[in-house]
Design a protein around this ligand. Sequence first.
Ligand code: AMP
Ligand code: MG
Length: 423
Amino acid sequence: MISVEEARAYILKHFHPLEAERVDLLSALDRVLAEDIISDLDVPPFNNSAMDGYAVRAQDIASASREKPVTLRVIGNIAAGYVAQNRVEPGTAMRIMTGAPLPEGADAVVRFEETSEGVDAKGTREDAKRRESVEILKAMQRGDNTRAAGEDMRKGNLVLSRGTVLRAPAIGVLATVGKKQVAVHRRPRVAILATGDELVSADEPLAPGKIRNSNEYSNAAAVLKAGGIPIQLGIARDNIADLTAKIRAGLDADVDLFLTSAGVSVGDYDIVKDVLGAEGEMHFWQVKMKPGKPLAFGVLRGKKPVPILGLPGNPVSSIVSFEIFARPAILTMLGKNKFTRPSVTAQLLEDATNSADRRNFIRVIVEKKNGEYVARTTGEQGSGILTSISKANGLLVMPEDLTFIRAGSEVEIQMLDWPEFEA
Ligand code: AMP
Ligand code: MG
C-alpha cells in the first residue's frame, strides 16, 4: 500500500499548466491569467469629484461654518462625462457631480449636505442648477472629496500578474485597462469512461442485476466544477474489445486527462487493468485511504501521451478519489498551484472511529450553531452510499493511526463546498 501523499506526488509530476489561449473577458472568469497586464493609462485618468456637491478653492472657505457660512458665486454645472470650460476663480464655485473632472482652479469639493443647497433643499433640480450663489457651511482641506488621477492604477504599472485567478473584480480591472480579450491557460479536456456490465445509463430502463451509471455524471460534474471540459464517453463493457475501442475513441477526442471508473480492484471481471496495461504504462495501487483504496494511474500511448486515472467503482470512492487526485491534476493544468480546500475548526457532535489503518475521509455536514461550527456525520459511511457524500459539505480527515475521536472534540474539517447560509 502507498500513502495518499506518495500517490498524489507521483501523479502530479505528470501535469503542467496547459498552453495559453486568448478569450473574451467573460470566458476568462475563474481562469488563470497567462500574461502580465500593464495599465495603459492612469486610473482614474483625471482628478475628479468623489461626491455630488460644489467644486471650490479650499482657501476660499477656510473660515466657513454653519454659524458663519461663506457665500460663493456659482459659475457652472459639471456632470460626469463632461469637462468644464471655465476655471473656478477666487470667490466662485461650480456644482459638480460624482465622477466629473475637477475644474481648473478648484482643489476640493463640498458635499451638498454641507451647503445651503442641502439645507434649504426646496425647489426642483432645475432650480438648483440655476442657483447663482451658494453658502458653504464647512471648511475643507485641499483634496477633500476628490479623487486624484492615478490613485487606483498608474500608466505603465503591473495591475494583474501572470498566475492570477481571475475573479469578477479582476475582470473589471481588465475592462478598465481596455482589454477585451486576455490570455489564460486552456481548460483541460477530460475524458470520462464508466466501465461495467452492470451499468445502464440514466435514461435507460433497469433490468435485473443492473444499476444506473452514476459515476459518469458525478465525475463529469466534478470536472466542470474544477474548471475542466468533460468529454463523456459513456459505458464500456467488461470485455477487452469494447474497453479498448472506447479508450481509443477517447484518445481520438484529443483529451488531456482520461478518467475511468471501476474495474481496478481484484474482481474476476476487473479487466480494465489488462486493457490499460496494454494501452499504456500503468501502476495499480492500493492507496492507504478509505474510501478509495484501489487506484490506477498511468500514461496512455495516443497521438500524444495522455495521463489516465483509474478511479474506483464505488460511487463514494470514485468521488473522494477524484477530489484527492483528479481535482489537483485539473487545477494544475488550469495553471493553478494551490489545491487545499479551506478548512474550519468545528466541534464534532458524535464519536468518530477509524478501524481501517488507512486515512479515513468521513463525510460530514458542517453548520454554524450559536456562532460556532459544529460537524456531524452524514450517517452510514459505506463506499457505496452515494447519499453519504451528496449530503456532506465537508470531510473529516482521520489519520491512518487514529482510531477514535470523542464527541465534543474540536476537529478540522476540509470543506468540500461552502454554500451560503442563513445569517
Ligand atoms: P468494481 O470496481 O468494478 O468492482 O466496482 C465496484 C462497485 O462500484 C460495484 O458495486 C459496481 O457496481 C459499482 N460501480 C461501478 N461503476 C459504477 C458507476 N459508473 N456508477 C455507479 N456504480 C458503479
Ligand atoms: Mg466491475
